[in-house]
Design a protein around this ligand. Structure first.
Ligand SMILES: Cc1cc2nc3c(=O)[nH]c(=O)nc-3n(C[C@H](O)[C@H](O)[C@H](O)COP(=O)(O)OP(=O)(O)OC[C@H]3O[C@@H](n4cnc5c(N)ncnc54)[C@H](O)[C@@H]3O)c2cc1C
Length: 445
């Protein structure tokens, strides 16, 4: 098929957001009698699921301290639940298990989940938490835990399978996906974008959706958008010259034991476990202290990864944004993959939580894993229309779980304004409409 010279809608990026937008936009156009999926072109420089979506742990949770994030996640969970088979979605639930410093934050989350009808249970107090956890895992032994939030919805999905599921849904609506096609610039008509310039040719267009995950800083520059922003703090003080983007490296890996090892006492597949605690963490190898600071891990049994898969807190990349080596990405990167230190910490943390993982570090899979995420100034997403006709989906690395964002962006592409996206506009920085910040050790909670 010839390379297209024009398309009413060009979506850049074949990850969770680009493909979800493509599929839902095709449905919107059809429902409104304004066209079909044939009016939509997705271009990707590498291939389907070649970015962060293809390496994500795949956890789907609602547990956010920020009300706007929780409401957005509830909408995304509905999309996951709409077709679990196509999206390879496992609705096993999710548990946030925390020490006292996070108790108040998590209590608020629970109350607000009740208010929006998101099913969860909240257990408080060290003894009750231990009893609750041992009713599920007889070997539970994590220390300093005083609250457990058990979300009955959510869980996880298999990363690549779900993205391919979305791609085939989009293609079945007539969307064309072109891979091996890199966007290198934009043609402009005044402020608006009139063409997407690629290494295979120029595509005239009416509307562009940018869904390039960690590469968003590059496309942002190509659109001549500001490299730094002014932010109005909660006390009204303006902070000028704050970098728009920064990178964090996500550290994840797999303990290559039988995933069935993590079944619950009654033989069921368990919820995703997330533990944040200030209990000292000791090595499972020699008992030495790994950290006495707050630490956190998450894990789940996963047949796709063939073991217990999960991660820990990311670390900030200090290299200037324009010099960060994004490519090759993910496991192919020589720089941003986990090493022995992470394996030691994460496996010891597993053993801290559950006795069944003690002495299992020899099963750590020594394969490259982890990858970069691109974060905004406040570490929350920016979903907005820039340059008059460019929809930016910059999820600040929150986003595999956000399968529903594409549905909302699709509605905005045809002229609607979606209330759920309003708290994520770019203007919030200058206006000081910032999201509340939690006590979690993770930059995305
Ligand atoms: C290790 C790791 C684990 C994670 N785990 C989770 C998790 O458990 N739960 C969760 O919710 N989130 C998780 N995330 C975050 C999540 O993966 C991302 O937020 C999300 O996948 C981003 O989706 P996207 O569609 O925006 O981008 P991507 O999936 O990165 O897709 C972007 C695509 O754009 C293409 N592209 C880039 N530049 C260009 C260009 N110039 N021209 C053409 N194409 C281009 C790329 O090839 C790529 O395919 C994790 C992230 C990492 C790195």
């Amino acid at each position: 098929m010839a390379f297209p010279k024009s398309s009413p809608y060009v979506i850049i990026g074949a990850g969770i957001h680009g493909l979800s937008t493509a599929y839902h936009l095709a449905l919107e156009l059809k429902a409104r009698g304004r066209g079909s999926g044939e009016d939509i072109l997705v271009v990707d420089k590498t291939g389907i699921a070649a970015g962060a979506s293809g390496i994500a742990c795949g956890v789907v949770r609602n547990n956010y301290y920020q009300p706007a994030m929780r409401e957005l996640m509830a909408q995304s969970v509905e999309v996951w639940e709409s077709d679990p088979e196509a999206y390879s979605y496992h609705p096993v639930g999710y548990m946030q298990i925390s020490s006292e410093s996070m108790h108040g934050d998590v209590a608020t989350i629970y109350q607000q989940q009740q208010a929006i009808g998101y099913e969860s249970a909240f257990i408080e107090g060290a003894d009750d938490c231990m009893t609750y956890m041992r009713s599920m895992f007889s070997d539970w032994r994590a220390q300093n835990i005083t609250s457990v939030l058990h979300e009955k919805k959510g869980g996880y999905a298999n990363n690549t399978a779900s993205i391919y599921g979305l791609a085939s849904k989009a293609e079945s609506e007539g969307v064309r996906i072109i891979t091996g096609c890199t966007v290198t610039g934009f043609g402009r008509s005044g402020e608006a974008v009139s063409a997407v310039i690629t290494d295979r040719g120029t595509i005239e267009t009416d509307m562009v959706v940018v869904a390039v995950g960690p590469w968003v800083s590059k496309i942002w520059s190509m659109l001549d958008l500001p490299e730094s922003v002014s932010i109005k703090g909660t006390d009204g003080t303006m902070h000028h010259g704050v970098d728009m983007w920064r990178y964090w490296c996500l550290e994840e890996g797999t303990l290559g034991v039988d995933p069935n090892l993590q079944k619950t006492n009654d033989g069921a597949m368990p919820p995703v476990i997330h533990v944040d605690t200030d209990a000292p963490l000791h090595s499972d190898v020699d008992g030495s202290v790994i950290t006495e600071e707050m630490w956190g891990i998450y894990y789940k049994p996963d047949f796709n990864f063939a073991g217990i898969q999960g991660g820990a807190m990311p670390y900030e990349v200090t290299t200037p944004v324009n010099e960060v080596a994004l490519d090759p990405y993910g496991p192919d990167s020589p720089d941003f993959i986990v090493g022995d230190e992470f394996a030691h910490m994460w496996c010891s943390a597993l053993a801290h939580c559950q006795e069944r993982f003690s002495g299992q570090m020899r099963h750590w899979k020594k394969e490259p894993s982890g990858g970069l995420g691109c974060f905004t100034p406040d570490s929350f997403p920016v979903f907005d229309t820039m340059c008059e006709n460019v929809q930016i989906i910059a999820d600040s690395n929150h986003g595999y779980k956000m399968i529903g964002v594409g549905k909302l962006v699709a509605a905005e592409c045809v002229g609607e304004t979606m209330e759920l996206l309003e708290p994520f506009r770019f203007s919030r920085y200058a206006e000081g409409q910032l999201h509340p910040v939690s006590n979690s050790p993770f930059p995305w909670s």
